[in-house]
Write a protein that binds this ligand. Structure first.
Ligand code: GRF
Length: 208
């Protein structure tokens, strides 16, 4: 059984996609053991509570500085001892010490086709604003392992999504979520839970 901890900051639609996929049997051999958020108002925490999953608030405001927060977040995740950490719209930079302890055991969903529109400053709606500003015709989403860089870890899966004439950032974000994020993230978790993925020379290989 793959024990996963999901880290969230916002609405939690990706968390919901994971919970629904487990309930529907689209993700097997997996249990969400806890949800962590940096944001007390994150609707994602309510989604966890509704399923009886421990919803843990770890707000940076409660800590004297970033280093203290990083230590506390790392300690909390280590206490929970998951097999996999899933970042589902988590807007906090993952502490380097946590990345080191969970090498190739942290995954993230990013709302673009990495290496486009990623890195510092590219998160949430901002990604889609930049996509529309640049006028690209195809965007999408990426699931990747998290390393010490920002959106630079080995890519697990990607899915393309058409940009349409009258898209606003909100309309495009919703389409990318529906057509890509909510499909890719559950599938990546199911693949990891069932041993279909491994990392060789910083590249993701599928086996089985
Ligand atoms: C999604 O667009 C995701 O790609 C990005 O942050 C947003 C989170 O949405 N990382 P939600 O909290 O899962 O609804």
């Amino acid at each position: 059984m793959l024990r996963i901890v999901v880290c969230v900051s916002g609405g939690g639609t990706n968390l919901q996609a994971i919970l629904d996929a487990i309930e529907q049997g689209k993700i097997t051999n997996t249990e969400v053991t806890a949800v962590i958020s940096n944001n007390a108002n994150a609707r994602a925490l309510e989604r966890a509570r509704l399923k009886g999953i421990p919803a843990i608030l770890m707000s940076p405001k409660e800590y004297p500085d970033r280093e203290a927060y990083h230590e506390a977040l790392t300690a909390k995740v280590c206490d929970l001892a998951p097999d996999l950490v899933v970042l589902a719209g988590f807007l906090v930079r993952i502490p380097p010490q946590l990345v080191e302890k969970f090498s190739n055991r942290i995954i993230n969903i990013h709302p673009s086709l990495i290496p486009s529109f990623c890195g510092v400053g590219y998160y949430g709606l901002k990604v889609h604003e930049k996509v529309l500003e640049r006028g690209v015709k195809v965007t999408g989403a990426t699931v990747h392992f998290v390393n010490e860089g920002m959106d630079e870890g080995p890519i697990i899966s990607q899915r393309a999504v058409e940009v349409e004439e009258n898209d606003t950032p909100e309309i495009l974000q919703r389409r990318v979520m529906e057509e890509a994020e909510w499909v890719l993230l559950p599938k990546a978790i199911d693949d990891i839970a069932n041993g279909r993925i491994r990392v060789v020379d910083n590249k993701v290989l599928r086996c089985g």
